[in-house]
Design a protein around this ligand. Structure first.
Ligand SMILES: *Cc1c(COP(=O)(O)O)cnc(C)c1O
Length: 394
């Protein structure tokens, strides 16, 4: 069982997909005025932009391609440095590398998001941008990060791939920096199998990002536009079938997030307090998605014992979310004379070795959240899970 949206696939998604198939226009560029063209991708973009209170949204093929086109749009050039947390999915790094940049890793703090104090220490004349990652549905410390970016003239791209539906102090995640990138992969809050969404309030960045994702074309073209393409682009468009599923899922987003928040609160209240354990820092308790409940122990040995009893793992062992487990990223860092060994980010290693992710909506062994509840868990299951957790802590 992957993400919460996947658990709620139903009649609405079916209806939207059939609508596209019956119309026969599978590409986002149907002919305006053709009754068979249902404009699902375009509608999704309009609804997402309105939901976030920004001018523009581009629907794409994945979270990874969204990050890549955002980095291209801000003008990342070979050798530019982009500061990114040492705890994130591998795609945050690969997007920077494929944009020609160098990922400069920074420590996380007990929010399990990037530590702004450490970001400042890593700024150099080559730094182009900061990429905070709102890990596990929890927005980063955006007040501190945007202040730093302003002071040093850096762009901010928010990796919101795990935070669809999150907000920070009343603003939607993805609207605090220049651009926000979301994923619709099967493990995320809502899903279309794969897919992505890019948001921005900046007209110029929108046009550039659109062109990078669509072979250099300008937004929502009607024809081939010979002579009008100002840059080279690639193809990262979303198609209408994906758009149909994504649109139905998007319309369930508020229901999914409020259900997750309620279930998370119940699980947390049932576990309450345990000696030698606390919960991770959440910068805006009203705004995080509630996809996971992360507990942090004082003692790493105890965290390991509890995890083993629960049939799960401490977060430091959770695959391609921890820098030290990404052999391909480490190889790149080594080739570029960057810190690349386990132990290079001691604060991150320490926190993750003491942390366990309990699932609320994202049940994913690769994220270390094989134990916990899911979006459809009953109150009884939540109580039983809390009890099992408390027993494992004894
Ligand atoms: C999932 C994820 C991505 C990549 O999204 P895809 O849609 O799988 O390409 C990027 N960053 C983070 C933090 C993610 O969790």
């Amino acid at each position: 069982m992957p993400g919460p949206g996947a658990s709620w696939i139903g009649e609405e998604e079916k209806k939207e997909v059939l609508d596209v198939l019956e119309g026969g226009c599978l590409n986002r560029y149907g002919r305006i005025g053709d009754p068979g063209f249902k404009a699902k991708v375009y509608t999704l973009e309009q609804e997402m932009a309105r939901y976030c209170g920004v001018k523009h949204c581009i629907a794409t093929s994945s979270g990874t391609s969204t990050l890549l086109i955002a980095l291209q749009a801000i003008g990342t050039r070979p050798g530019d440095e982009v500061i990114v947390p040492a705890y994130t999915f591998a795609a945050s790094y690969s997007a920077i590398i494929f944009a020609g940049g160098i990922p400069v890793l920074a420590e996380i703090d007990e929010s399990l998001t990037i530590d702004p104090t450490d970001v400042e220490k890593r700024i150099t004349p080559r730094t182009k941008a900061v990429m905070p990652v709102h890990m596990l549905g929890n927005p980063s410390d955006m007040d501190a990060i945007t202040a730093l970016a302003e002071k040093h003239g850096l762009a901010v791209i928010e990796d919101c791939c795990q935070a669809v539906g999150a907000s920070y102090k009343g603003k939607r995640a993805g609207t605090l920096g220049q651009m926000g990138a979301f994923s619709l992969n099967i493990y995320k809050t809502i899903t279309a199998g794969d897919g992505g969404l890019l948001i921005t309030d900046d007209d110029e960045l929108y046009e550039l990002a659109f062109a990078y994702h669509d072979q250099g074309h300008s937004p929502n073209r009607a024809g081939v536009e010979v002579g009008k393409r100002r840059i080279l682009g690639l193809t990262f468009r979303m198609n209408e079938l994906t758009g149909a599923v994504a649109l139905a899922q998007f319309r369930k987003l508020d229901g999914i997030v409020s259900t997750l928040r309620t279930k998370k609160r119940r699980l947390r209240e049932a576990i309450a307090t345990i000696d030698g354990m606390h919960y991770r820092t959440v910068h805006d308790p009203e705004g995080e998605c509630g996809t996971l409940l992360t507990v942090i122990f004082d003692d790493p040995a105890r965290a390991a014992t509890v995890a083993e009893r629960l049939g799960t793992m401490t977060v430091d062992h959770s695959g391609w979310h921890v820098y030290s487990n990404m052999e391909h990223v480490l190889r790149f860092l080594k080739e570029h004379d960057r810190p690349h060994e386990k132990g290079a980010y001691p604060q991150t290693d320490d926190i993750l070795s003491r942390s366990i992710n309990l699932s609320v909506g994202v049940v994913d062994a690769g994220l270390g959240s094989a134990f916990g509840i899911n979006i459809n868990s009953s109150d009884e299951e939540i109580a039983r899970t809390a009890e099992a957790f408390k027993q494992a802590c004894d």
